[in-house]
Write a protein that binds this ligand. Sequence first.
Ligand SMILES: Nc1nc2c(c(=O)[nH]1)N[C@H]1C(S)=C(S)[C@@H](COP(=O)(O)O)O[C@H]1N2
Ligand SMILES: [Mo]
Length: 258
Amino acid sequence: MSRLLTRRRFLVGSTLTASALGLTGCDALVENSRVQSVLKIAEGFSMKTQRFLQGDNALAREFSTADLSPVFRANGTSMPDNPQYLSWMSAQFSDWKLGVDGLVNSPLQLSLAEIKAMASRTQITRHDCVEGWSAIGQWTGVPLGLVLQRAQLKPEARYIVFHCADEYEKSLDGSGWYYESIDLVDAFHPQTILAYGMNGRDLEVAHGAPLRLRVERQLGYKQAKYLTRIEVVADLGQLYGGNGGFWEDRGYEWYAGI
Ligand SMILES: Nc1nc2c(c(=O)[nH]1)N[C@H]1C(S)=C(S)[C@@H](COP(=O)(O)O)O[C@H]1N2
Ligand SMILES: [Mo]
């Protein structure tokens, strides 16, 4: 890469937003180490400022049914292709289970019926993808905090990791499992839910059936689809590329504040 281009990317990157990097989509890779380090600083800054200015529990804006987008596009994986997922899908997810383990006193294996029997929350929010599109959708699910309370976090617990059923872009580094993570502030935020319903219907496969994360103060790539397992950990360094998420391991910010 020419020095000129490197310099230009550095300057663009220093405006501190992912879209300002000129990323054309989730598939773009940020390889420039100076850009990376600017992003790391910017990321800590955006999380702390958002939480300082708005408070740990500030709600993302909610909308009314009149605001629902007529079309909510699907992005990233829209049909996982592994045999295990296809078998769950053909049984309408009746034998699918969500594992909750790691730093918990009571590991859980929850069926979809058990999750649906828990208290639910419905919210209409705007989803913002770094690719530059947004859509307003209605989500119904169990607050993540209720599930974590049931599992009882150990004192060392710091992060909640979401493992998914799809291997997106296997080719990039051979470990293409989609995963994501959030800290405990977001995990116990009232709008952080494990959603099984969208726009009043069961969540469709394209949108992450049977269960996906909604963490409403962050960007689209944090909204992990096709959940299979929630793992509670003390640090993120041991998992996959060590940056706490599939796209984070490929250069995106871990705290993707909107
Ligand atoms: N498991 C998994 N979760 C994922 C993705 C993915 O490819 N696999 N893509 C992410 C991205 S980049 C976006 S914008 C949203 C898209 O959600 P949607 O398909 O419901 O629009 O899911 C996020 N969660
Ligand atoms: Mo996205």
